[in-house]
Ligand binder design. Structure first.
Ligand SMILES: CC(C)(COP(=O)([O-])OP(=O)([O-])OC[C@H]1O[C@@H](n2cnc3c(N)ncnc32)[C@H](O)[C@@H]1OP(=O)([O-])[O-])[C@@H](O)C(=O)NCCC(=O)NCCSC(=O)C[C@@](C)(O)CC(=O)[O-]
Ligand SMILES: NC(=O)C1=CN([C@@H]2O[C@H](COP(=O)(O)OP(=O)(O)OC[C@H]3O[C@@H](n4cnc5c(N)ncnc54)[C@H](OP(=O)(O)O)[C@@H]3O)[C@@H](O)[C@H]2O)C=CC1
Length: 509
């Protein structure tokens, strides 16, 4: 067997555990059929790092070890260095997305490290492996099979805390993961104004996640028969029994049916305990449709989601009927607090709210966008607490209302949010950092006595924080303070190559 010489003057003592010599890797990639020499002090006691650096087996040797049927795959992979696993992957012997399964649960970080190398080297820029994207010291056991595939690390987002905010008599810190400077400061100012008026009171007026499959029938007549059956007490009871057999927590609340030609849509609405509930409701819907199929053998389920739900897309049905938690939050702020904390007046705030959030949004043809920046606050809390960020689309639907009260002295304000889709179990809420945030709010996991109460409390806190954000931004706009605030809190120092800076007519001010 021929061997190659490692062209490096580096000594073993200067290696960091994962900083393998790139030159050597290039040699390896160029000559996969050849072995590299053994470590100079090859007395059988070399560390994995030394082994990676000095001794890379040929592809043939690696394959022999990997495919040896006398050992399990994880045992075989433990005998190979990272570089050798990369070699196997580069030659189609190991699927990069299956590394966690192959390495086993005790080697999850290694799986991520090796995948970074594989992807890095096959990409145009080749930067991933040595990039600043972190991957070490993360609990990947919570990720695998639950939160993400083909993992190469994690993206840290700054976490700030606004408030505290008094919501229904309890003081909550408001966790916000965001890269928009000013947002936490602004929300904090709103919290200060709300607390000065005694805090926020909330009501939960609905709690139902929805799923809306699309079902074809041979004709409009059969579709209408099926619709009549689902709408009947008998049909509803049968569908409910089938649905609820799939979960301890998901309870069917209503079925709304509609026809478009020979296609029928059914909007399943269910409580889902402390889970946001999309997996649970989808599982139950599938089972209920099986029961329906037994009644109507000619029906064809086109898709479990026929967009009549509507999940992760703008839709009037959500705005009108609600989805997830429907919450209204209200507060009164004394006029002097509007002046001293918010630096504006009750009259100016109310006028701007009508002209901007109501008339302006109507002029723009908005559905559920009768607010200034509900999505800013909601999304930051979603990211901090492990919610599904794509659901900010409908969850941010909000109408902000403001009117003078107490003979025009004080401000009565509210937000109406019909679609806050949140959970405290399932999805990204299982991740350690997100759990820490939920714990800080006192809503981590399943509520011990009343399933659903933790998720409902989180929705109430979110609506209240949105009210804080609305108050502060509208006040800044009314007072003309917006740009001043963003120049102070939200300006990055970006280095741009001179060649790509446009010629400007005059100096920047
Ligand atoms: C899950 C699959 C891909 C399986 O699909 P499959 O065909 O059984 O997969 P496969 O094992 O035959 O592998 C095919 C390829 O899939 C990829 N693949 C396969 N497994 C993995 C893995 N573990 N990690 C990384 N990549 C994977 C990979 O590229 C693989 O090729 P290979 O690399 O082996 O040559 C498929 O069933 C699928 O795409 N399902 C759809 C799931 C989905 O899109 N979920 C999104 C969330 S749903 C939602 O949030 C919104 C909703 C639904 O409410 C919106 C609405 O209303 O419509
Ligand atoms: N499938 C889809 O179409 C979609 C999926 N998603 C994704 O779905 C995931 C969330 O799904 P979701 O259904 O919320 O969570 P899970 O799929 O994790 O389901 C919740 C699980 O927790 C159990 N559970 C234990 N205690 C409680 C409790 N107090 N309240 C509620 N459930 C409890 C449930 O039990 P039991 O088994 O008895 O029900 C169930 O097994 C997210 O990752 C999201 O991104 C998002 C959009 C669409």
């Amino acid at each position: 067997m021929s061997t190659l010489t490692a062209q490096s003057s580096t000594t073993t003592t200067s290696f960091s555990a994962h900083a393998l010599d790139l030159k050597l890797k290039q040699v390896r990639l160029a000559h996969p059929e050849q072995s590299l020499p053994s470590p100079p002090s090859s007395n059988g006691a070399s560390s994995p790092v030394e082994r990676d650096y000095f001794y890379l087996r040929s592809l043939k040797e690696c394959v022999e070890i990997y495919e040896d049927e006398n050992r399990g795959k994880s045992e075989s992979l433990a005998m190979l260095s990272d570089e050798e696993v990369v070699l196997l992957a580069d030659n189609g012997k190991v699927a990069p997305h299956a590394l966690e399964k192959l390495f086993g649960m005790n080697e999850l970080e290694r799986a991520v490290r090796v995948r970074r190398a594989i992807i890095s080297r096959s990409s145009a820029t080749k930067t991933l492996e040595s990039s600043s994207i972190p991957y070490e010291n993360y609990d990947y056991s919570r990720v695998i099979g639950a939160c993400c595939e083909n993992v190469v690390g994690y993206i840290p987002i700054p976490l700030g805390v606004a408030g505290p905010l008094n919501v229904d008599g309890t003081s909550f810190p408001i966790p916000m993961a965001t890269a928009e400077g000013t947002l936490v400061a602004s929300t904090s100012r709103g919290c200060k104004a709300l607390n000065a008026g005694g805090g926020v009171s909330t009501v939960l007026v609905g709690d139902a996640m929805t799923r809306g499959p699309a079902i074809d029938f041979p004709s409009i007549k059969v579709a209408a028969q099926a619709k009549a059956w689902v709408d009947s007490a008998e049909g509803y009871a049968e569908m409910k029994a089938a649905f609820e057999s799939t979960s301890r927590f998901a309870k069917l609340k209503s079925l709304k049916t509609a026809m478009a030609g020979r296609t029928m849509y059914i909007r399943f609405a269910t409580t889902t305990g402390d889970a946001m509930g999309m997996n649970m409701i989808s599982k139950g819907t599938e089972k209920a449709l099986d029961a329906m199929q037994a009644r109507f053998p000619s029906m064809v389920v086109l898709a479990l989601s026929g967009n009549y739900c509507t999940d992760k897309k703008p839709a009037a049905i959500n705005w009108i009927e609600g989805r997830g938690k429907s919450v209204v939050a209200e507060a009164v702020i004394p006029g002097h607090v509007v002046k001293t904390v918010l630096k504006t007046t009750v009259g100016d705030l109310c006028n701007l709210n009508v002209k901007k959030n109501l008339i302006g949004s109507a002029m723009a043809g908005s559905i559920g966008g009768f607010n200034a920046h509900a999505s800013n606050i909601l999304t930051a809390i979603f990211l901090a607490t492990g919610q599904d960020p794509a659901q900010n689309v409908e969850s941010s639907m909000c109408m902000t209302l403001m009117e003078p009260t107490n003979n025009g002295e004080d401000l009565l304000c509210s937000v109406t949010m019909p679609c806050i889709e949140v959970g405290t179990v399932g999805g990204g809420t299982v991740l350690a950092a997100q759990q820490g945030v939920l714990e800080m709010l006192g809503v981590k996991g399943a509520h011990p006595q009343h399933p659903g109460k933790n998720a409902q409390t989180l929705a109430r806190v979110i609506a209240s924080a949105v009210l804080a954000g609305e108050l502060s931004l509208l006040s800044a706009l009314a007072a003309g303070h917006l740009i001043k605030a963003h120049m102070a809190h939200n300006r990055s120092q970006v280095t741009t190559p001179a060649a790509s800076v446009p010629v400007t007519p005059g100096p920047r001010v």
